[in-house]
Design a protein around this ligand. Structure first.
Ligand code: HEC
Length: 124
């Protein structure tokens, strides 16, 4: 049996199929139009490179990103390797979000503090 690492390397190795823009509506419903999220606890996707999106979708599909990612497991679990690459290509074309004009979302800050104690020193 191939290792997950070998499988992940294969994922990056070939070209993605193009998706039509309407299919991105599925992602935008939660992640926001043009990759800028306004949904609580849902990250913006704009500005992320293709390899990051492919890697995260791979982890979601294998249910390796924990309980908070249940929604993404449902989204990704039926995806083929070509689907992962196609979503990576599409998302990588979105512009990065501008700097936030409001205070960070308290629930996200609390979750980040749990994940990496000390990393957010100085934030209220
Ligand atoms: C039902 C809502 C929903 C839909 C639909 C959805 N997502 Fe997500 N997505 C989430 C949530 C919530 C998270 C954060 C999960 C976590 O905290 O681990 C997430 C996380 C992600 C991440 C990880 C980002 C990061 O910074 O770690 C990627 C990549 C992603 N989604 C891509 C997609 C793509 C591509 C689609 C469309 C095919 C999509 N999502 C559709 C809710 C959704």
């Amino acid at each position: 049996m191939r290792s997950p690492v070998f499988a992940a390397i294969l994922l990056f190795a070939t070209n993605a199929l193009p998706l039509d823009a309407g299919q991105a509506e599925l992602c935008f419903a939660c992640h926001g139009r043009d990759g800028v999220s306004t949904t609580p606890l849902t990250p913006s996707l704009g500005g992320q490179p293709s390899f990051f999106i492919v890697a995260q979708l791979f982890l979601f599909r294998d249910n390796r990103r924990g309980n908070a990612a249940a929604a993404m497991y449902e989204v990704a679990r039926g995806m083929s390797d070509d689907d992962l690459r196609a979503w990576g290509e599409l998302v990588s074309k979105l512009s990065p979000p501008g700097p936030p004009n409001s205070a960070p979302e308290p629930a996200r800050v609390a979750r980040a503090r749990l994940a990496r104690p000390g990393a957010l020193r100085g934030l209220p």
